[in-house]
Design a protein around this ligand. Sequence first.
Ligand code: SF4
Length: 282
Amino acid sequence: MKVLLAEKAGFCYGVRRSIDIAFKALNNKDSSNVCSLGPLIHNPQMVEKLKEQGLEVVEELEKIDHNTVLIIRSHGVHPETLKRAQKIARKVIDATCPFVKKAQHLTQFLYDEDYLIYIVGEAEHPEVLALQGFACEQAKVVASASEIKAINKKSKIGIIAQTTQNPKNLAEVSKALSTVTKELRVFNTICNATLLRQKSALKLASTVDIMIVLGGKNSANTSRLAVLCKQIKETTHHIETADELKKSWFKGGEIVGITAGASTPDWIIEETVLRLKKWFNN
Ligand code: SF4
């Protein structure tokens, strides 16, 4: 059995950076009480590993005190939450991904310049909730062009995208809004990490007999990878660790492809590759 790994798989830049920041904080002798506001990433195994090293997950600021070193995860937080955290915690380490930060600054810019702001994304996603904060909750969030409701002709409209959006979706929303305004500013704040992982997973899926998608079942981007791969390769399996592999999946197959979401750590990928190589004397 041949084992092939997708060209782009596993941690994206922002997630790797937040993990590095967390380990650095945990290794600092002054940091006795290190917490993250919400799980640092959507991967239960990595969150568990960080917990073993001392990183506690808190869901609310009420759970922290003046001894806490608080890490803000890569999705970012509402500006008011950041301000409150800075008042309560001993230290706040902002691990917001720089691409998300850029989207936040551009939202703020559009708000300050009196644009009617549209955010293309999922209304309940933490990244979008934080972006709303930079628009003083005045932005309209749409998942697609079909959600755009009739608006009074506004002289200025600005568009921001959730970083994981699909470029086609952003283009459709931009096209729809261009007909109702005299001035449209579109900031393409999409990060291509998700798209690159999807493209290389699909390329690989079309050339193998079995496809394994690695990553948290709670990770939206990994689940999406699995759905896309399954459309091309029916024999796609979404698992979190090598322990979930079943020998029966590989009967009659010659090539297995492996991909992993942007929040899947390298050691889970390596363990899976090694397990398969061991099983099939590769
Ligand atoms: S997907 Fe892109 S924007 Fe999101 S954390 Fe990763 S690098 Fe940053």
